[in-house]
Design a protein around this ligand. Structure first.
Ligand SMILES: C[S@@+](CC[C@H](N)C(=O)[O-])C[C@H]1O[C@@H](n2cnc3c(N)ncnc32)[C@H](O)[C@@H]1O
Length: 240
């Protein structure tokens, strides 16, 4: 299992939590710089998958600094719950949500995706952006999301994947394994966090393999939508 700090003791979950606590102040800036702003388009594309839902109750798992929760507010949800392990990431989300006057719609909660503090069949939709790769137990996380989703409800996962075609495959590999860790380490002052990012993406199950994980958790994959030459993929699935 790839963990953020290979030289340190502690579970992946503990390490992921302290890594995000540490990089939280620079997280948004780094996202914009390292993805050249494309991450915003990907989150918008996630929300497009929820557009036809009328006044949904939405859970954004691994909400981090709340960018996706804010984007979800554009489809007039009844409520958005944003859940994350890291209190520091949530502190930035809280400030952003107040600044955007969305605090009547978005509720933030510290918690673990592998043990969701919600009733069965509660949400119309669940989203996760760049979160599932960080779960210690991916199957447990997916099963929990299946549990709290209502029958007919929709899960939309956005996660990094690897471009397959020349020359993007080669360019991406060079950027992701050489340039991004260097820049990320310099700006975040946490070299290991930005070495963990490519390492965790390279070992993550993508495409058909991830769809199989969704199936095993009881979900029905509906579509896998590659984004920007396959750098990321949006996985849409439903609870039967
Ligand atoms: C890369 S950030 C993504 C944040 C946000 N979704 C975005 O799109 O920018 C990953 C987030 O997942 C959270 N996370 C990782 N494992 C988690 C878990 N088991 N339960 C809840 N949150 C988790 C981290 O604390 C971190 O804030």
């Amino acid at each position: 299992m790839v963990k953020p700090y290979n030289t340190l003791e502690g579970s992946k979950k503990d390490q992921v939590q302290s890594m995000f606590d540490r990089i939280a102040p620079r997280y948004d800036l780094l996202n914009r710089l390292l993805s050249f702003g494309i991450d915003k388009i990907w989150r918008r594309n996630v929300v497009k998958q929820l557009k036809e839902l009328k006044g949904p109750m939405v859970l954004d798992v691994a909400t981090g600094t709340g960018d996706l929760a804010v984007e979800i507010c554009k489809i007039d949800p009844v409520a958005v719950y944003g859940l994350d392990l890291s209190n520091e990431m949530l502190a930035f989300a809280k400030e952003k949500i107040f600044r955007k006057k969305l605090h009547m719609t978005v509720q933030l909660r510290q918690g673990d995706s592998e043990n969701l503090p919600f009733e069965d069949d509660f949400f119309d939709a669940i989203t996760v952006a760049f979160g599932v790769r960080n779960f210690e137990n991916l199957s447990k996380g997916l099963e929990e999301m299946h549990r709290v989703l209502r029958p007919g409800g929709r899960l939309v996962v956005l996660e990094f994947s690897k471009p397959k075609k020349f020359p993007f495959k080669q360019l991406y590999h060079f950027y992701f394994t050489k340039i991004l860790p260097w820049w990320g380490g310099l700006i975040s002052k946490d070299k290991e966090a930005y070495a963990y990012l490519p390492a965790s993406v390279l070992q993550f199950p993508e495409g058909k393999e991830f769809e199989e994980k969704l199936r095993r958790a009881g979900l029905q994959p509906q579509a896998s939508l590659p984004q920007t030459f396959g750098i990321a993929t949006i996985y849409v699935s439903t609870k039967p």
